[in-house]
Design a protein around this ligand. Sequence first.
Ligand SMILES: [Zn+2]
Ligand SMILES: [Zn+2]
Length: 239
Amino acid sequence: MPSHRNPPWARDELILALDLYFRVNPLHTSEAHPEIQELSALLNALPIHADRPDQEVFRNPNGVYMKLCNYLRFDPSYSGSGLTRGGMAEGAIWDEFAGDKKRLRATADAIRALQRSISPAEVATEVPDLDEEASEGRILTALHRRRERSPVLARKKKAQVLKQLGALKCEVCGFDFADRYGDLGLGFAECHHRAPLATLAVQSRTKLSDLAIVCANCHRMIHRSRPMATVEELRLRLQ
Ligand SMILES: [Zn+2]
Ligand SMILES: [Zn+2]
């Protein structure tokens, strides 16, 4: 039987809700608050959930208001009791972002600014597995991937590095596909965009120096880490 429940909140949505929580205390307002209404409309427009069994209640103002209330139990400045709802997902977002409001704001702003630049289909293909989703959520992860996979830039970057260093070695582990696989690996490497995901909205054009040459394994490990490790941080973690 198909489920009639709407999908669980994605990280992107929880980030936007936490950002609003710090501006609008749910204890002093209701679902009628204009910013709650606005977030409800935004969540309905995000290119994340194609599956909405109950469009009527999907992220409606009441649902958004309740989500803000879910954050209360993680807030040390709230001393009330009785709010036992609020799950693991909210706790994880609270732990990652509540201590760094600047990053929270930058991430929420980037999601708002860029949500129209990517389609639901593209988000689904670029981030097929939640294991690959950065802490900043699906939309920014998908945009990051699209940008770092630009064939034109990748070609230019690889040509530049080959010319300068004579080989395409992974900047994390030193792996060289041509060394290992012979002719088959000639010219092969992946490019990773170094800019933090929250800066995607303000960072204009990608420069070749923004890209790092990485092997497929190290690239996946960078994307799997939360917060996303830099090339240098992952190098330090190599066993
Ligand atoms: Zn590597
Ligand atoms: Zn990458």
